[in-house]
Ligand binder design. Sequence first.
Ligand code: AHM
Ligand code: MG
Length: 335
Amino acid sequence: MEERNKTLGEFIIDKQEDFKYSTGELSRLINSIRLAAKVVNYKVNQAGLVDITGAAGEQNIQGEDQQKLDVFANETFMETLINREIVCGIASEENDDFIIIKGRDECHNNKYVVLMDPLDGSSNIDVNVPVGTIFSIYRRVTPVGSPVTIEDFLQPGDAQVAAGYVIYGTSTMLVYTTGNGVHGFTLNPSIGTFYLSHPNMMFPKDGNIYSINEGNYVHFPQGVKDYLKYCQREEEDRPYTSRYIGSLVADIHRNMIKGGIYLYPTSSKAPKGKLRLLYECNPMAFIAEQAGGKASDGFGRIMEIVPTELHQRVPFFCGSYNMVAKAEEFMSAAL
Ligand code: AHM
Ligand code: MG
């Protein structure tokens, strides 16, 4: 009989001993993310059928219009994590501040904090383009028993114990790492189960796709302009192919499978970049490095940046190792 793929639930149980601190809490935490992802997937799939597309009428802390599905995804992930009493704090791209969560015993004995972008790329929902959830998990640094503080959230990416994303695409996948490689699970929608479909995902060392919002070209720093010209030059295996969905999870997911680089640099329009260090860049950087890729702010590793604020933005260069290294060369040369 052909062996069937493991389910995500089975995989988590098997891998529990790989976790740095194996008390079962991290496994339960990933399980609850799996559950919330299924609920959000169900809703995303109904876009166009029920009244869930379009703006919710509010703006988030970044001054961006919240979509109805942004709000739904945020509430779903929050409620699932809070009800299961596993985490001691959550910070979300959609909320102004982090929230403190008490455990079952009304004490603050849980050990993990979660940072997340509940529905990234949500401006794409109305046009049926893939969107995603991105999450990042840290062990708290303040003493267990006391309420979490901002210190627990402002940790460098190198301190992450797990990170991942869900892509709501042509099929829905959950991809995550706990520091032992990157594994991808595809949802079988008829039975609501994630199956291991992409074990040990790896970025090809080289690639031929570059993904950037080229409409902003005139506003980019000189190093990025020079790198783009290099990508387009007829030489060796170039010109590269340009592919940009405008949905971070989908662009990174494709580049991890096919080989490529994603760039969201600073520009005169967005002097610090657009993407958020804690909710988008650090988790994607952890995935990228675990998959043999590279993630940089143009000059150094994303995961070494010591955050100073929750909603901090950084320039982001992420993808196949040699491509990101080449982009860094151009950035330094243009200084
Ligand atoms: P969001 O968190 O408000 O959805 O913004 C993040 C998204 C990324 O998914 C995507 O890569 C980028 O913004 C696209 O930005 P732009 O439209 O400026 O190219
Ligand atoms: Mg986002």
